[in-house]
Design a protein around this ligand. Structure first.
Ligand code: G
Ligand code: G
Ligand code: MN
Ligand code: NA
Length: 253
């Protein structure tokens, strides 16, 4: 209950901020987009990691209100980037509660209209488990979102139970290979086989594929050799505050 009250206060007192992690095309080292990651900054300056409060926000339903703010903030970010002439995407993580919310598409449509953000620059990340329960409802929600022109992505791919053939039933555009399969490349040949297989199958299904948690040049070489060209990870950048994005040396400004 205490953290719940703190969360309400955090919403009221504007203590949430979005950090942004670049998504890079490793053929050119160009930043093609960012993933928005929520941060809670307490008045004393300390930062509370999302894993400590998102589960509470989810179980209390407060995530819907916080999530709506995230959508607004991310679209305002796109809009600012557009006016700088930066044609970048923004990826937003959706929680299960948000994804099942009947008003989600309506909210997204309104925010796109009001901010002038281009729908095709907005990507929603959902996890495999969110597609599992009520499959028909999930497909309906995905279709409603797709109808707005946004892009849909499966986050943490490989950690859930869905097969690629199962995924075929869902109108998604992108797979993000979970960091756990990337982190031990090239030491773990088993993980290398798994990642190569995911990339090959994603290509056959016409899905864009993104590798997460890339930290070393060896991992980048491996991904390039297997024709996965979109990556995120500490090798390029941790998630950063917006004002700290503009001095990244690899960004072609
Ligand atoms: O940087 P990192 O510690 O940000 O994120 C930890 C976890 O919290 C990740 O699984 C991430 O998906 C989740 N997370 C981060 N930001 C958000 C957000 O805006 N909404 C939701 N639902 N989850 C988020
Ligand atoms: O679950 P999701 O993929 O949305 O969350 C991404 C999480 O991974 C965030 O907590 C983010 O800070 C973290 N992250 C991003 N890149 C790296 C990386 O290269 N190494 C590690 N250890 N974590 C990363
Ligand atoms: Mn994510
Ligand atoms: Na992930």
């Amino acid at each position: 209950l205490q953290i719940e009250n703190h969360l309400r206060e955090a919403i009221r007192e504007h203590q949430f901020v979005l950090y942004y992690q670049p998504k890079i095309d490793i053929r050119t080292n160009v930043v093609i987009g960012y993933e928005a990651l929520l941060r809670w900054v307490r008045p004393d300056g300390s930062m509370i990691p999302p894993l400590r409060f998102i589960p509470v926000a989810e179980s209390t339903g407060l995530i819907v209100e916080i999530g709506e703010w995230i959508i607004w903030e991310a679209c305002r970010f796109i809009s600012r980037q557009q006016s700088r002439g930066h044609d970048v995407t923004i990826s937003i993580n959706l929680s299960a509660r948000q994804f099942t919310d009947q008003n989600l598409a309506e909210v997204v449509e309104r925010v796109l209209q009001r901010t002038g953000a281009r729908a095709d620059k907005l990507i929603f990340e959902i996890t495999e488990s969110m597609l599992m329960g009520d499959t028909d409802a999930a497909i309906a929600q995905l279709n409603e979102l797709k109808g707005l022109g946004v892009t849909l992505s499966i986050d943490d791919f490989g950690t859930g139970y869905s097969s690629l053939s199962y995924l075929k039933r869902f109108p998604v555009d992108e797979l993000k290979i979970d960091r756990s399969f990337v982190k031990d490349i090239p030491a773990d040949t088993n993980d290398m086989d798994i990642v190569a297989a995911i990339i090959a199958m994603a290509q056959k299904m016409n899905l864009r594929v993104v590798a997460e948690g890339v930290e070393t040049i060896e991992q980048i070489e491996f991904l390039k050799n297997n024709a996965c060209y979109l990556v995120q990870g500490y090798y390029f950048s941790m998630p950063r505050a917006e004002q700290d994005l503009y001095n990244l040396s690899y960004q072609p400004l």
